[in-house]
Every structure is written in structure tokens, then in C-alpha cells.
Design a binder for this molecule. Structure first.
Ligand code: SF4
Ligand code: SF4
Length: 354
């Protein structure tokens, strides 16, 4: 098989045989002989050893090396090359920085702009229910309100305290390495639990942290204007990660905002903000700046004196960041949905979310 053909065949396994930009990504990510090796997966180590004239120990070492660079995942059928672009993107860019090939972030962004973003929107919006759900931080909740366990980041973290890892946000790594200045948010935020944490620790991309450390990262991330999101279900064991998303870089939020399909892909929290016009101070705009969803506008105050913030219920995802940011406490979050609003189980493929 000619060298380039190996990359084309690998691209074909993701359903993107002719995507020239993906071929270039693969060429940057691996040597030709590694592409041939990946094409042979999944297979028992003994078979791979015979096929590639290696010892089984060498095969094992090779697998770890490829995992460290994000080029293999473990499935029920064995270790193999990722079948979908989202997983490949996330795995490569969440690797330790010294293992991320130079310039690959730019190529991923070029592929995204060339049309991959539409495919992401299509995948997310064809699901029977939104894949992700917003978690509103405790500090935005009304005084004395007791959240359901699965709508409190602190309780989700405590429920998974046995094994938690933090890794770099792959989306912000890609954006910040290719388009400096477009996203300034913190990177070391992506919180993984259970088998996801195990995988991150195995491949060296994650750092093991305690529940207290994960809660402290949650506070830092929300203070920085990031929106916590989880899988859109209520069963605690099924909540395997907390992502801290921003509209600048997130490969879920950015495309669904660009395609104007936010509510089809992201289930808002059970809260909506309400503005007290008497307390809103003449258009300071702190809330407008923190809202990543373009859901706040300033309009003339009643009587024509100054300006007040007005919230669009169609665009708001109930993240509560505006209420936290508003100095004079002119915004309060109000409960607007019953507990059943959060579905119990996952519907559709889980691999669509990172
Ligand atoms: S941050 Fe508060 S005071 Fe400032 S414009 Fe928004 S609602 Fe009004
Ligand atoms: S208006 Fe914006 S910042 Fe405020 S809760 Fe809605 S989405 Fe979040």
C-alpha cells in the first residue's frame, strides 16, 4: 500500500475518505508505519506481533505510546483507532503538550471551518433530546434552595470522589494554539470521573485530583465565565464528566450557536434570570459581557431614564453567570421547570459529546 493511501484508508474509517485536511492531520499525527499499524486494529496482541514482526511486549508499548498521543481508544471490541472525528480531535488535543504535533490545532480549525462544524450541528440536533445539560453554579441559586443531586456540580463531584482527573480542555487547546486572542479562558478544567479518569491517567493526559480540588476548579472556572455542562441525564453514575464550556472555543457550543440550534443540543438548567429594573445600574453591561449566548440586551428603561438589561428567554440557557456577575444583584435566578424536566437516561449515541 502506498504511504498516502494508508492515511486515506484511515480517514475512510471515520467516514471522511476524501477530506484532504484530515489526511494532513493524520500525516502530522503519525508516521506511515503507524498508520498501517492502526489500520490493523482491533486485533489480539499476538496477531499484531506476528503481522508486524514485533514481540508482544513491543506491541503493548506501542499501544501505550499511541494512546498517549490520542490515536487509540479502548472499546468492547478491543483497542482501535477512533471512529469519529470528535473523539480523534479531543484525544489528540487533550494529550500532554509535548506530544501534540505543531500546527495540528490550526489544521483542526481549518477542517472545522471547511464544513465539519455543520456535521457537528447535524449530529447533535438529530438526537431525540439535547445531549448536554447546563449546571448552574450554587452561588447563582436562590437563597435556601436545595438543588437536586444531579444539578449540583459539588454533589456530582462528591458522588465520584473515588477517582477524578482533570485534563486540558481539548477545544481551548485547539483554539488557543491556532487563533491566539479568540479565547482567553483557563485550559486546565476538564473534569473526568471513573473510567474516563482511568483512561486519562493511563495515557498521562490527566492529573488525579481530590474532590476538594475538583470543587475548587469548578469555582475558578465559573468565576472565569465558563459554563459547566454534563450529559443530559439524572442518573448520577451516568454523569462521567463536567465540561467547562465557552462559546469562543467549545466544539459543541460554538457550532450550535453558529448554526442557531442551541436549544436542540443543549438543555438549559431549570432556572431563568429575572431583572429587577430598579436595581439595574444604567447599563454597566457586566451581564452582557459575561453571557456567552448573546441572551442579554440593554434597552431603554421605562420612562426613558437610562438603560436596563433585558433577557431573551429564547436564547438563555440558565447558566446563572449574569446573576453572579451583576454587582448590584439586579438579576436573580428563578426556578421555572419541575424535576422531571431533566431526563433520567441517555437517548442516542453517547460518543457525540466529549
Ligand atoms: S450587570 Fe446588573 S446592573 Fe449591570 S447592566 Fe446587567 S443587570 Fe444591570
Ligand atoms: S442570560 Fe446569559 S449569562 Fe444569564 S443565565 Fe442566560 S445564558 Fe446565562
Amino acid at each position: 500500500m502506498a504511504t498516502h493511501e494508508a492515511y486515506v484508508k484511515l480517514a475512510e474509517t471515520t467516514g471522511h475518505k476524501d477530506a484532504e485536511l484530515l489526511h494532513r492531520i493524520l500525516e502530522k499525527a503519525m508516521k506511515p508505519e503507524e498508520a498501517y499499524f492502526l489500520l490493523a486494529l482491533p486485533a489480539p496482541n499476538a496477531d499484531l506481533a506476528a503481522k508486524f514482526k514485533m514481540t508482544e511486549k513491543e506491541v503493548e508499548d506501542k499501544m501505550l505510546q499511541l494512546a498517549r498521543r490520542g490515536l487509540v481508544v479502548t472499546s468492547r471490541k478491543g483497542t482501535r483507532f477512533p471512529r469519529d472525528l470528535g473523539t480523534l480531535h479531543d484525544n489528540i488535543l487533550a494529550s500532554v503538550p509535548e506530544l501534540i504535533p505543531e500546527g495540528i490545532g490550526q489544521l483542526w480549525m481549518d477542517l472545522y471551518d471547511a464544513g465539519w462544524w455543520k456535521e457537528i450541528v447535524g449530529g447533535l440536533t438529530q438526537l431525540p433530546q439535547p445531549a448536554l445539560r447546563v449546571i448552574m453554579p450554587m452561588k447563582a441559586m436562590p437563597a435556601g434552595f436545595k438543588p437536586l443531586p444531579h444539578e449540583s456540580a459539588e454533589e456530582i463531584i462528591m458522588a465520584h470522589k473515588d477517582l477524578i482527573s482533570i485534563r486540558r480542555c481539548c477545544c481551548r487547546v485547539g483554539m488557543q494554539s491556532s487563533r491566539q486572542g479568540e479565547c482567553q479562558h483557563p485550559i486546565f478544567t476538564c473534569t473526568q470521573f471513573g473510567r474516563r479518569a482511568e483512561y486519562d491517567l493511563y495515557r498521562g493526559s490527566g492529573k488525579k485530583v481530590s474532590a476538594d480540588e475538583a470543587i475548587s476548579i469548578h469555582h475558578q472556572a465559573t468565576d472565569a465565565g465558563l459554563t459547566p455542562t454534563v450529559t443530559n441525564i439524572s442518573v448520577m453514575q451516568g454523569l462521567e464528566f463536567i465540561c467547562y464550556c465557552c462559546a469562543d472555543a467549545c466544539l459543541v457550543l460554538h457550532p450550535i450557536l453558529r448554526g442557531d440550534k442551541v436549544m436542540a443540543a443543549l438543555r438549559p438548567s431549570r432556572f431563568l434570570p429575572k431583572v429587577n429594573e430598579k436595581l439595574c445600574r444604567d447599563g454597566c453591561q457586566d451581564c452582557v459581557r459575561i453571557c456567552g449566548f448573546g441572551a442579554i440586551e440593554l434597552k431603554s428603561a421605562p420612562g426613558g431614564k437610562g438603560q436596563v438589561a433585558v433577557i431573551s428567554k429564547e436564547k438563555c440557557v440558565g447558566c446563572g453567570l449574569c446573576a453572579i456577575k451583576c454587582g448590584p444583584k439586579a438579576i436573580v435566578m428563578e426556578l421555572v421547570h419541575p424535576p422531571e424536566y431533566i431526563p433520567e437516561a441517555l437517548v442516542g449515541p453517547s460518543s457525540i459529546v466529549h
